[in-house]
Ligand binder design. Structure first.
Ligand code: PGA
Length: 253
């Protein structure tokens, strides 16, 4: 295992109310008590906007970070009914933001819009969890690599603060399906992202690359043997403190 910090990011999606604070509380308590891995991991829970401010203020001795899951691409206030921008999220206490999730891409987020969202989130000094991933159709047509390259090139430019952008590779067909890649396939894709990123941005710095898609407390041991993966974006299993904590525990077993 490398010495690099590992990320465990929860994506609650459209889940949770004020009572869900107990999940956050337990995860934070676990992190505070897990002294051996305290400096080896970063735990982030991306919760609905309605809960960010409440959780941030209620959580004492905060070790975990809180994040949002999307934002409007416009940096300023404006006539965008029902929308919230990055600056409004920053003020609620968000430190991270998921952008480019396949569920939002499916809802109409284009690479150009995602780029604007990244730009406006960086202006607010939010750390970005930028999701990329191929659909089953693209995978079956052999378009995985070209899709990932297009998604990276379409939404990130060299002048962005690249250190603030974490890439989350999430094969769309793996999200919520319990289907995961074979180890050699996953290794190949992670190393492709790495190489391509360095080529596109003309840098020697490796990006932080997370994996997401059906990660749970059972299959985490499969992923822990792939040291090139810098962490995980966990959907369904992050809605339970026990499952999420077990993912972290089993990762370090
Ligand atoms: P899942 O979702 O863990 O439920 O597959 C991952 C995600 O959508 O980020």
């Amino acid at each position: 295992m490398t010495k690099k910090i590992k990320y465990f990011v929860g994506n609650w999606k459209m889940f949770g109310d004020f009572n869900s604070f107990k999940i956050i509380y337990k995860i934070n308590k676990f992190c505070a008590n897990s002294k051996k891995t305290l400096n080896k991991k970063k735990v982030v829970l991306c919760v609905p906007n309605t809960l960010l401010y409440y959780f941030k203020n209620k959580l004492k001795n905060k070790i975990i970070s809180l994040g949002a899951q999307n934002c409007h691409h416009n940096s300023n206030y404006g006539a965008f009914t029902g929308s919230i921008n990055a600056s409004m999220l920053k003020k609620t206490g968000a430190e991270y933001i998921i952008l480019g999730h396949s569920e939002n891409r499916a809802d109409g987020d284009t690479e150009k819009i995602i780029k604007k969202k990244i730009e406006s989130s960086l202006k607010q000094n939010l750390s970005i969890i930028f999701c990329i991933g191929e659909t089953l159709k693209q995978k079956n047509k052999g378009l995985t690599f070209s899709t990932l390259k297009k998604q990276i090139k379409g939404s990130i430019i060299k002048k962005f603060d690249l250190k603030k952008i974490i890439i989350a590779y999430e094969p769309v067909w793996s999200i919520g399906t319990n289907k995961i890649l074979k180890m050699n396939e996953l290794r190949k894709i992670i190393s492709f992202i790495n190489k391509e990123y360095k080529k596109i941005f003309k840098t020697k710095r490796s990006p932080t690359v997370l994996y997401g898609g059906s990660v749970n407390d059972k299959n985490i041991s499969f992923f822990s043997s792939i040291s090139e993966i810098d962490g995980f974006l966990v959907g369904g299993a992050s809605q339970s403190s026990k499952k999420f904590i077990d993912i972290i525990k089993n990762y370090y077993k």
